[in-house]
Design a protein. Structure first.
Length: 858
């Protein structure tokens, strides 16, 4: 599986140290005096010596996170406790006195003061004079210091200098630098005012790297770069929006002259001429043939035909551009700081192919960098956000490429920044919301759910007239609010007030009002919600109002159908609530309905465990109350459903049922609800007969049903005008006949009389168009088919035909499981006409199904 990795363990540890630096130090802070500088001195709790690499990196992270202050910098002042060579102090916030003290205590080799604006040019020179002459690399990018290179004696050993984006740098200052920095080999003068190659003086013969992006030094006489004999890396690229005016024809001649000179910079390994549209293909091909050492060629914002042509000619050469995926990814890697380059690269990346993201989820890292660096550039944001959506969203029924939660969290935070920055861009906001709605973000990302909810709600308010945006925003709001509440529930599992409030709020989110459909919530949140609801029910089993809210949530259709949780635990908790608060009508009604739904999801072992004496007796008591009150309602129906689920194919539970008076209770119910028209009390009579059927299928319990009273009752119901009641009554009689011995005491109706009545009833029945009964197995039909009683065989055959004719697709494998066709073939040899007729009808049904099934598969 292709996954995007998280940060390294080292980076995670450094980030933790940076965020908790003061917690790692003694609470008692001492004031110390270093010469003229007085400051508060922090010290680590453990007497540590920070070796060079660790000290450098801790300071880098503190500076990056804005945690490097005069107070925390005091940790690094004593060279006996740490050794620092590389000072990465970008956007430095230290006071001048502390910074000078810090730099004076160590042998500084690298100093990065990018974007530092805390002190003046004069103080900067004082800072330099207080340093050792060991500095090799100095980065002053994006600073406004007026530099006097002649006075920089401590920098005489400098080999690397970055003065990019420093407006004071011009030809004169460059000339002075060349005279005073004898060892300089690498220089970055991007976005400065240097115009003439001659300004580099003697450096032309020693420089190995010259980066002059957007600098006019390359726009006058590029052929003069021939003097840079040792140069290995040259960047004379330009942006698309620079204000330098070019004559295309003249510039083409100038660059062709440089590129066709075979003696031009013979050691060059890297050349970047991105944005120089005047270059011709012939000149570049000539340059490539005369520079075999070249490994990199920058061609961004140039002709795509040229980019494609050169990639074909030199497939091993690393080329930046927009013509191919390979070039675009290289551009993203090389130029994340250049907004115009990123606009074009991201735009092309989102368009070139709809399948690239499935192969390369690691592209996400490359896309996130410009997204983070150019928060205010709409074109960069649109391109990057579009690419992010293509990377992480699901396609069809397939999951998107798996991305680490660390990066998903970063994606979510950057999406929120984009939504804050461009709240009026409708389509852009819609893409952002689609990202937040993706499965991976929902399930694995950690971000500010409250802020996200507010931003989505703002979008909903601003664009409520757009139906698609409205639906997306409402759905996302429901999920975000649920996530926000679930987070608080997880954090405070034992706080009743928080749990009660959260459950109430979640209920308001996921439960519809009036005739509206329940707001759609993702299965991930529903599953998490269900698990947390179970935790609440376990923690507060005595809070009946809270339990009522919990069960209302568990009973939601989308929770029952889409959530995955511990159904057995839920069934037990709901049963406990029912037992404890049986007198509460609301809990009773809701708990029984919920149990009926949950029992359908249990395994046979779980049903057996749930069918305890306590739970069975609770069901009995509820049914007894309803029967005594002659009250047929949904609660009674659901109570029977629970009983059916618990007793079906569980003989031990059936035995407990009979032992505790279940048989007598069912008989009482049949008597109470027998009176009236055929249609009256149909549902309750059907439930009673189904439960008695389940009991009759247990061989060891059948003899208990052979009583004069019960047989008379079955005889009367067998002639019921409603097919379903007559059918279930026939099933009870058929099973009882297997255990009715001929030597029993005489009863009102003999065994033969009832068998004759059963045969007459089966002959009267017509097969209905709709299925009114379902079977999980035909195992209980086998002894009925194999017995020597034609009436019983006829009932069994009729029952199998009834379900097979309406749903053969489902029942065909069940027939084979217990070899019903083979048994029926033997039954076909009987001399009884009614049995033979039904047996042949069943076999015809099976035979007719098989050819049609084969035809459908082919």
């Amino acid at each position: 599986m292709s996954t995007v990795s998280p940060a390294s363990l080292e980076e995670i540890c450094l980030s933790f140290i940076s965020a908790n630096i003061e917690d790692l130090c003694h609470k008692d802070v001492q004031g110390v005096q270093y010469g003229e500088v007085s400051c508060q001195k922090l010290s680590f709790i453990s007497p540590l010596f920070l070796h060079e690499h660790l000290a450098d990196n801790i300071m880098r992270c503190l500076s990056r996170d804005g945690n490097l202050t005069d107070r925390t910098a005091s940790l690094f002042v004593d060279p006996r406790r740490c050794r620092i060579r590389n000072f990465n102090l970008r956007k430095c916030q230290l006071s001048f006195s502390v910074l000078k003290l810090l730099l004076g205590k160590h042998r500084v080799e690298k100093l990065d003061l990018t974007e530092t604006k805390m002190f003046s040019s004069s103080l900067f020179f004082l800072l330099l004079n207080g340093m050792s002459s060991t500095v090799r690399e100095l980065n002053l990018s994006c600073t406004s210091f007026v530099l006097d290179f002649a006075a920089m004696k401590p920098l005489s050993c400098l080999t690397h200098l970055d003065v990019s984006h420093c407006t004071p740098i011009n030809d004169h200052l460059m000339s002075v630098a060349a005279q005073n920095m004898d060892r300089l080999q690498h220089i970055n003068v991007s976005n400065t005012a240097i115009r003439h190659v001659s300004s580099f003086g003697k450096l032309r013969g020693q420089l190995k790297t010259l980066i002059a992006f957007n600098t006019p030094v390359a726009w006058t006489k590029p052929a003069e770069f021939k003097d840079f004999t040792l140069l290995q890396k040259l960047d004379i690229s330009r942006s698309s929006d620079n204000d330098w005016h070019h004559d295309g024809t003249i510039e083409s001649i100038k660059f062709d002259e440089m590129l066709t000179d075979q003696c031009m910079m013979p050691n060059l390994v890297s050349l970047d001429i991105s944005g120089v549209s005047a270059v011709t293909a012939d000149a570049l091909q000539s340059f490539l043939s005369s520079h075999p050492k070249l490994e990199f060629l920058g061609l961004c914002l140039m002709s795509r035909n040229l980019q494609e042509q050169l990639e074909r000619i030199s497939p091993l050469l690393k080329i930046t551009g927009e013509a191919t995926e390979k070039q675009i990814l290289c551009s993203l890697q090389m130029y994340p700081d250049r907004a115009d380059y990123m606009r074009e690269a991201l735009k092309r990346l989102s368009c070139i192919n709809n399948h690239w993201t499935a192969r390369k989820p690691q592209i996400l890292k490359l896309v996130l960098t410009p997204l983070e660096k150019h928060l205010g550039d709409l074109h960069v944001q649109v391109g990057a956000i579009t690419c992010v959506l293509k990377i992480i969203r699901e396609k069809g029924g397939e999951a998107g490429p798996e991305v680490h939660p660390h990066l998903l969290s970063k994606v979510a935070s950057l999406v929120l920044s984009a939504m804050r920055t461009f709240p009026e861009k409708h389509q852009f906001l819609r893409i952002c919301m689609l990202i937040l709605q993706t499965q991976q973000i929902r399930e694995k990302a950690t971000f500010n759910y409250f802020e996200a909810s507010c931003l989505v709600m703002d979008a909903l308010c601003n664009f409520h007239g757009n139906q698609d945006t409205c639906q997306l925003a409402i759905k996302l709001c429901a999920n975000l609010c649920a996530k926000l509440l679930l987070t608080q529930m997880e954090k405070h599992p034992n706080d009743f007030n928080i749990q009660s409030a959260a459950i109430t709020c979640v209920g308001n989110i996921v439960i519809a009002r009036g005739k509206e459909a329940d707001p759609e919530v993702h299965p991930y949140f529903l599953s998490k919600l269900a698990s947390l609801v179970l935790s609440v029910m376990k923690t507060f089993p005595e809070k009946h109002l809270l339990l009522l809210k919990c069960m209302s949530i568990l009973g939601l259709k989308q929770v029952v159908t889409k959530a995955t949780f511990n159904y057995f635990e839920a069934s037990c908790l709901v049963m406990d609530a029912l037992c404890n608060f049986r007198g509460n009508q609301d809990i009773c009604q809701l708990a029984i309905q919920l149990c009926a739904n949950l029992c359908a999801k249990l395994t046979e072992e779980e049903k057996l465990a749930l069918g305890s004496e306590k739970n069975i007796m609770t069901m009995f008591n509820i049914i007894q109350e309803k029967i005594s009150a002659r009250q047929e309602d949904l609660t009674l129906s659901n109570a029977f459903t629970v009983l059916e689920k618990l007793t079906d194919e569980t003989p031990s539970t059936c035995s407990l049922f009979v032992e505790k008076g279940g048989f007598q209770l069912m008989v009482q119910g049949l008597k109470v609800f027998r009176e009236g028209s055929q249609e009256k009390n149909f549902g309750i009579k059907k439930d009673l007969l189904i439960e008695l059927n389940i009991i009759a299928e247990v061989p060891s319990l059948r003899h208990l049903l052979v009583t004069d009273e019960f047989m008379n009752l079955m005889g009367s119901l067998l002639d019921d005008g409603l097919l379903q009641l007559s059918y279930f009554c026939g099933g009870i009689l058929s099973n009882v006949m297997l255990e009715w011995s001929d030597d029993r005491e005489p009863m009102s109706h003999s065994k033969q009389y009832l068998l004759h009545r059963l045969e007459q009833a089966v002959n009267r029945w017509e097969f209905p168009a709709d299925q009114f009964v379902r079977y999980k197995s035909f195992r209980s039909f086998v002894p009925l088919l194999q017995c020597a009683m034609p009436a019983v065989q006829m009932w069994a055959l009729w029952g199998i035909i009834n379900v097979c004719t309406t749903n053969m697709q489902h029942y065909d494998p069940l027939l084979s499981d217990v070899e019903i066709p083979d048994i029926v073939q033997r039954v076909l040899k009987t001399s009884h006409n009614g049995v033979r007729e039904l047996a042949q009808k069943l076999l015809n049904t099976v035979v007719n199904f098989e050819p049609s099934q084969k035809k459908r598969k082919s």
